[in-house]
Design a protein. Structure first.
Length: 395
């Protein structure tokens, strides 16, 4: 059944479910109707007309906290894109906590809000399906950052954001290139490939998909994975998680670290340094993406990465919403996918009718442990859509 056809069927059920849910939680003690909470969740609204003709130009977004720098940059880019198109958008933020996000969804729907669309960034993809179902009873749901599970497709109208599986593929390809280079340079012998994978825990779908991409890419010439470390969403959490496992792995030897994303990788590098290892020399390190920080690429501790730009993600998410609403609330069809071209000079337009899943590209940054001046040059010259990595990621 199409998403639009579900709304009438789901509306009555959603109202009943909300009444029960709000009674059980006392109206939501950890988050009020503006989205504020003790964890730093806030509701912020952009300017713009409420509607234009038959298109409802109001959007409500549910996402993690902007205390996370990636989320802050994504929010800024999405908000600016909506404002330029005459839309208003309000953000409700959680501390990467699905139960908090579920409560915010219930509270917002209980106010009778009827936006043109919802943006939904679930903290736990599987547990968050119930909220997607509730939102879909009111307006189209555009998901981002965590790819849509098959069992959620009937509630989610489209996706706009990162391709986490592809990010894992990139990490796997980088790891294979790094191992080949380390063996050629004599830093490692063939067969010395004891490896730690550092990923997100707690059922976070991005981490699950990225590890799958790494495993699929390296299966024909696999690494000897001696530990998969699951961690949180900050450098400090990753540092603590990796530091806890290093002593027990010391006797086996650690040759490589593959991080699924920037923050797990940066925390792992800090933990390795504190334990007396020399990242880039006796331990090779790659990251599935670089989001906001290039220091370890420049000093040689990190061998390579890709650009996962929060700014590109905000642009894609917002434009999927806008094009979906302004072109008949339809996509190119179930199962359709589009990855925008990695043009170094200009941003390619998103089709007026978006695909079901819409991704932005992940261009590689291959510094390969080169001297700092040369690494800086490589980073500066690796452009996407007319912008440098610093412009795309670190502002």
């Amino acid at each position: 059944m199409k998403v639009g056809g579900l709304r009438a069927l789901l509306a009555a059920l959603a109202v009943a479910a909300l009444s029960v849910g709000l009674a059980a939680c006392g109206g939501g003690s950890s988050s009020d109707s503006t989205g504020s909470s003790e964890s730093g969740s806030t509701g912020s609204e952009s300017s713009g007309s409420e509607s234009s003709g038959s298109v409802n130009k109001t959007v409500i977004a549910f996402s993690p906290t902007t205390e996370n720098n990636f989320v802050a940059l994504w929010t800024k880019a999405a908000k600016e894109t909506f404002e330029e198109a005459g839309y208003s958008v309000k953000f409700y933020q959680n501390n990467f906590d699905q139960s908090e996000e579920d409560q915010q969804v219930q509270q917002v729907l209980a106010t009778g809000a009827e936006p043109g669309a919802f943006i939904y960034w679930p903290s736990d993809n599987e547990a968050g399906i119930a909220s997607a179902r509730r939102l879909a009873a009111v307006a189209p749901v555009i998901q981002n950052n965590n790819n849509v599970l098959p069992e959620a497709e009937e509630f989610v109208s489209a996706y706009g954001g990162v391709n986490d599986y592809a990010d894992g593929v990139v990490a796997g390809e980088l790891a294979l290139k790094m191992r080949e280079a380390f063996e050629k340079e004599g830093k490692k012998k063939k067969g010395e490939d004891n490896t730690i994978i550092v990923t997100y825990g707690g059922g976070y779908q991005a981490g699950i998909d990225r590890v799958k991409g790494i495993e699929e890419t390296t299966k024909d010439d696999p690494f000897n994975v001696i530990e998969t470390v699951e961690t949180g969403f900050t450098v400090e959490e990753a540092f603590q998680s990796v530091a806890q496992v290093l002593p027990k792995l010391k006797s086996e030897g650690i040759d490589y670290v593959i991080g699924v994303s920037e923050f797990p990788t940066l925390g792992a590098i800090e933990a390795l340094n504190e334990a007396g290892y020399k990242p880039g020399q006796d331990v090779g390190v790659v990251s599935g993406n670089c989001q906001t920080n290039f220091d370890h690429l420049i000093n040689g501790e990190e061998w390579g990465t890709s650009i996962q730009s929060p700014i590109a993600e905000g642009l894609v998410t917002a434009n999927v919403v806008i094009n979906y609403l302004e072109n008949g609330e339809k996509t190119q069809g179930p199962g359709t996918e589009l990855t925008l071209a990695p043009d170094p000079d200009k941003k390619p337009p998103l089709p007026k009718i978006p695909a079901y899943r819409n991704f932005y590209p992940l261009p590689l940054i291959l510094t390969e442990g080169k001297p700092p001046a040369e690494a800086k040059k490589i980073i500066k010259e690796t452009t996407l859509w007319g912008q440098t990595p610093e412009e795309l990621c670190a502002k």
